[in-house]
Design a protein around this ligand. Structure first.
Ligand SMILES: Cc1cc2nc3c(=O)[nH]c(=O)nc-3n(C[C@H](O)[C@H](O)[C@H](O)COP(=O)(O)OP(=O)(O)OC[C@H]3O[C@@H](n4cnc5c(N)ncnc54)[C@H](O)[C@@H]3O)c2cc1C
Length: 420
């Protein structure tokens, strides 16, 4: 039976767009409220575009706390936390520390796998619906390791866990990696290859999806900022916005790394940090790379996107600071030069760095589901490094929650109240 609810989706990034799609398909009357104008930049736009079920280990994993503490003092490190006196950051760090155990990772990994596989299936359906405009390709993904130590760690860590969870991971030496014909010379000890992974050009995907949503009757309220809420008891009556109060039956929180700030006035606690990342896109690369890969020790992701080639990476927990830190961009370039001997600094000349803020929860699991305190407010945020991969899945799950159907994936660990 078709649903007749009106729903306001608060935030028009990739998660908000996908959520609007599944709600509209259910028959809901959907409005997306987005503070920026149409065609705006958002976190998926400059991302690496991976749709990657191989990412079964959350950021909060054993060893990361010590690495993080060591890297904290070095703004050139792949994972940089800017030391600052901020109670939100301290609370987030405390929960991150508590989540970084073998037991918690063993609990989170199967959920991440289920979410990723569910979402990848939906991506493939959506790709058909949008007429293959997003350049979605299931070409696999390689984690390239420059040293034997790095390869052994990867084989005994991620590859072992992925295989145990049924996500195929093949450990390859340098010759076997070269035999895959990646289209570029590599200076590596070997790699771990995940054949199931896919990639796409995110801007093409969100543009095609926006056009589809308009055809489906979804309303866009561009250039409108949500700054508060009007509630009546346990229900949200309206979102207070720069365009006046907007009323609906249901509200979805999809404000990315701004989500926890958006609900601060409601007395809800949902720890979140903005994990800034950068990317550099070469418009006319000198070589055609055939499969995406991650430069493991440097944590740089390389993705062929149509005729272009993108290098993305770094995680900088320093709040929303809209400025480029040159040393972090230099680290991406230095990492790329170390693995790809044919590449030169001149390849990056004139390329403008892009940056975006990943919405990072402390335990590496997103927040998806209803808040206990408000009967008509549902979270769809906190997807961190997996927001592209998980966007269709999150959207579908939110639509199932709002339309009171059994969610396709167990939402217990994704409860947005888990830190309340
Ligand atoms: C360098 C980099 C590489 C990445 N690579 C990958 C990858 O390969 N694969 C992958 O799966 N993920 C990747 N990610 C992560 C992924 O891009 C994000 O997790 C995802 O895009 C987050 O989407 P979102 O819709 O939740 O948030 P956002 O894109 O941040 O969207 C939130 C929207 O809400 C709006 N908003 C905020 N506050 C308000 C308000 N008060 N009123 C109205 N609107 C508001 C914002 O303007 C924004 O448009 C990468 C990220 C980075 C930075």
């Amino acid at each position: 039976m078709k649903n007749s609810k009106s729903v306001i989706v608060c935030g028009g990034g990739i998660v908000g767009l996908c959520t609007a799609y599944y709600l509209a398909r259910e028959g809901c009357t959907v409005t997306i409220v987005e503070r920026h104008a149409e065609g705006h930049d958002h976190c998926a736009i400059g991302s690496s575009g991976y749709v990657s079920p191989s990412h079964v280990i959350p950021l909060a994993a054993p060893g990361m706390v010590w690495k993080g503490l060591k890297w904290m003092l070095n703004s050139r490190s792949p994972f940089y936390i800017q030391p600052r006196l901020d109670t939100e950051l301290m609370r987030w760090g405390w929960h991150f520390w508590r989540a970084s155990t073998h037991r918690r990772v063993a609990r989170a990994a199967p959920i991440l796998r289920d979410l990723c596989l569910h979402s990848q299936g939906l991506f493939e359906e959506l790709n058909d619906v949008t007429g293959d405009k997003s350049e979605y390709r299931r070409d696999g993904l390689l984690n390239l390791c420059r040293t034997q130590q790095g390869l052994d760690d990867e084989a005994n860590g991620l590859a072992r866990i992925a295989n145990e969870l049924g996500v195929e991971a093949r450990v390859l030496d340098a010759t076997q990696t070269a035999a895959l014909g990646l289209g570029v010379k590599l200076d590596i000890a070997g790699s771990v290859y995940f054949p199931i992974d896919a990639h796409l050009t995110p801007a093409r995907f969100t543009t095609a999806l926006t056009a589809l949503l308009k055809e489906m009757g979804v309303r866009f309220q561009w250039s409108t900022t949500i700054y508060g809420w009007r509630n009546v008891g346990r229900r949200i009556a309206a979102a207070q916005t720069t365009a006046g109060d907007l009323i609906a039956d249901e509200f979805v929180l999809s404000g990315g790394s701004w989500s926890s700030g958006m609900i601060a006035g409601l007395g809800l606690r949902m720890p979140m940090q903005a994990g800034k990342g950068y990317s550099l896109t070469l418009p006319n690369p000198r070589f055609r790379i055939t499969k995406p890969f991650i430069l493991k020790e440097r944590r740089v992701a390389v993705t062929p996107m149509g005729d272009t080639l993108r290098f993305g990476g770094t995680m900088e927990i320093a709040g929303h600071q809209d400025r480029v830190r040159p040393e972090r961009v230099e680290q991406i370039i230095a990492g790329a030069l170390a693995y790809l001997p044919e590449l030169t600094p001149a390849d990056f000349a004139g390329v403008k760095p892009w940056f975006g803020y990943r919405p990072v929860s402390p335990d590496g699991l997103p927040y998806v589901g209803r808040f206990a305190r408000y009967a008509n407010l549902t979270a769809a945020c906190g997807h961190a490094m997996l927001g592209v991969t998980l966007a269709p899945g999150a959207g579908r799950l939110v639509a199932e929650v709002i339309c009171e159907r059994k969610p396709s994936v167990d939402l217990t660990l994704l409860n947005p109240d888990r830190y309340s």
